[in-house]
Design a protein around this ligand. Sequence first.
Ligand code: TRP
Ligand code: SF4
Length: 404
Amino acid sequence: MTESIERSTVLSGMRPTGRLHLGHYHGVLKNWVNLQTQHDSFFFVADWHALTTHYEEPSIMSANVWEMVVDWLAAGIDPDKATLFIQSRLPQHAELHLLLSMVTPLGWLERVPSFKDQQQRMTDRDLATYGFLGYPLLQSADILMYRANWVPVGEDQVPHVELTREIARRFNFIFGRDKDFDRKVEATLDRFDKNEASLLMKCRRSWLQDGKVEARKKAVDLVANSKNISNEDRERLIGYIDGTGRLILKEPEALLTEAARLPGLDGKKMSKSYNNAISMRDDPDRVAAAIRSMPTDPARKRRDDPGEPDKCPVWDLHQVYTENPVRDGLASGCRSASIGCVDCKKPLIEAIVEEQAFFRERAKTYEDDPKQVQQIIADGCAKAEVVAERTLQEVRSVVGMIYD
Ligand code: TRP
Ligand code: SF4
């Protein structure tokens, strides 16, 4: 398929950490729910990625996986729209990871910032392993497998997408030039109208020599619109225009979401490890108690001390949960001490509980009938496998691993 007529594919994965919290919902899942309506979407449980750091805790993996998938569904991920699957159910991910590893320079992996960072930060674990070094390459395999155009991730994952682009380029450069590359390009060009062929060559030169992006676009459009050549010839020709070889693997782009960084109960980023999280399916009483005991602006020792919302972690939550004009009203009430913190927290508790009612209601169907969740994943795995197998057949073939 050529670039201009291709439908966009979105792919993202999440490590199974068990029940998700409101930070996951506002930072990631809400975005996925939105994306699934506009793109071919693949969302998967990155259980092998979890194993790279948590291989000493195999007994919690399964529960964590199913709890997380239920939270995805509770958030509104719709299995009729998006393909949901578990990474380890598709051994193709391991095979592609292995094949990519053959051409991955060790230095590229050692230089990925998360490699050293995490080793230094997670001192309670031994991360001096082959598996952990390969973490970002496994991620590259996940992405390249589905020819994803867009990879919605947080900022910390951008270097992994960048590595994926470099791997794709290197792979295409090495394996996209079969020994007949030039001869095949020539044969394909012969099928073009003479003027078109010379325009294409002119544009290619202008792109490769002077970096003229419009010239590339013109050349690629000519190829995209040509009727009587095969997809394979088309991809080879686009590789020729870019000087890279045939495009076997597609370079993805990171889709950085303006992550609503949801503060936790102590004002720091909401995170399970800080013990400051409200989980998506917490019960209303617990939510109310947790918000009521949240710290506020320390200047408001007594009810009639005026406060400053910008110094208050409760206020950060109002940014996400409360619309104007109510929010402005609360701010001025705080500054003039005409409302107390209890009054201010009440509408927040209500908003969170209302949002969660929606999650709980949807989760209940699946909690009552876990087989449904398993079926959704089984169907998703089957759909993902068709795409994965298609990519791997091509990859196996270009690396010479076809024996029939
Ligand atoms: N490494 C990602 C994270 O920690 C999870 C992940 C694995 C992923 N494979 C992926 C994300 C592929 C996007 C695409 O969040
Ligand atoms: Fe925070 Fe609201 Fe209390 Fe002001 S009134 S300090 S914003 S909780």
